[in-house]
Design a binder for this molecule. Structure first.
Ligand SMILES: NC(=O)c1ccc[n+]([C@@H]2O[C@H](COP(=O)([O-])OP(=O)(O)OC[C@H]3O[C@@H](n4cnc5c(N)ncnc54)[C@H](O)[C@@H]3O)[C@@H](O)[C@H]2O)c1
Length: 257
């Protein structure tokens, strides 16, 4: 899959892994739709990167917004690639607190909504648009999608019940969506990052960041957003990658806490 001059949609593209992915694909000659609820950062990226990059402000949880982002990609020459980064962890909470109080239900459903339902929404609208395009090769390929999970969806830590459940849901969707979309010629893969240095981590105390860094076997540091973008590119452009969840984590395995 050659994405040069083709449209790539990046949800959560105004920050962190998404922003790095936007810059990566723009530098390689793709047209990029930055879809994010952060209007200020999104507009700044659009005006910095120029005419091949279009910002659509909105939420992945809103059907109209998501369809508008997909339509913007269609206008940019046809949506062939998606990297669904919008998401993130909220407050950490245990199944029951020390005094036995049950986990807050709203916190759980909000986290699942943002990470799992938002990714599902992007997946369904983007793949529907892709299914209407002409195939690009003799295999009948029309497009490719990368969803963003987390290693917390495999070995979540204490306090990550909601986030880990949401990311496990994305991991579970991966091979099913790849199978569902085989007749449309759309491949679906996911990345499960470990600890990648973005602003989500900048808020954490330095001591806590150091603890996580020390636990990475090699290289002994946080991952770089560009390393994520390079893997996303590989999963989008390697035509035999399908239904795969790729850890990107320097071989870290999360401890219980
Ligand atoms: N950074 C890490 O170490 C790490 C590890 C594992 C998984 N992840 C996952 O990678 C993704 C990106 O994380 P990041 O570290 O770059 O975070 P980030 O906070 O830097 O970026 C997330 C972006 O998503 C946007 N966003 C949030 N809710 C949205 C919504 N409803 N609609 C549209 N946009 C929305 C935010 O405005 C922000 O620009 C997330 O799904 C996160 O769970 C990150």
């Amino acid at each position: 899959m050659d994405l040069t001059s083709k449209a790539v949609l990046v949800t959560g593209g105004a920050s962190g892994l998404g922003e790095a992915t936007v810059r990566y694909f723009a530098a390689k000659g793709s047209n990029v739709v930055v879809f994010d609820r952060d209007g200020e950062r999104g507009k700044a990226i659009e005006s910095e990167l120029g005419s091949g990059v279009v910002f659509v402000e909105g939420s992945v949880l809103d059907d109209d917004d998501t369809q508008a982002a997909v339509a913007a990609a269609t206008d940019l020459g046809g949506l062939r690639g998606v990297v669904a980064c919008a998401g993130g962890a909220r407050k950490s909470e245990r199944t029951i607190s020390r005094d036995g109080t049950p986990h807050d239900r709203q916190l759980f459903t909000d986290t699942v909504d943002l990470n799992l339902v938002g990714t599902f929404n992007t997946l369904r609208y983007a793949s529907s648009a892709m299914s209407q395009l002409e195939p690009v090769d003799d295999d009948g390929q029309r497009g490719a999608i990368v969803m963003v999970a987390s290693i917390a969806g495999i070995e979540g830590q204490i306090g990550q019940l909601a986030y880990g459940a949401a990311k496990a849901g994305i991991i579970g969707m991966t091979v099913i969506a790849a199978r569902d979309l085989s007749s449309a010629g759309v491949r679906v893969n996911a990345i499960a990052p470990g600890t990648i240095h973005t602003r989500a981590w900048e808020g954490a105390p330095a001591e806590m960041r150091k603890t996580f860094e020390d636990k990475v076997p090699f290289p002994k540091r946080f991952g770089k957003p560009d390393e994520f973008a390079a893997l996303a590119e590989h999963l989008l452009t390697n035509d035999y990658m399908n239904g795969h969840v790729a850890r990107l984590d320097g071989a870290i395995r999360f401890d219980p806490k």
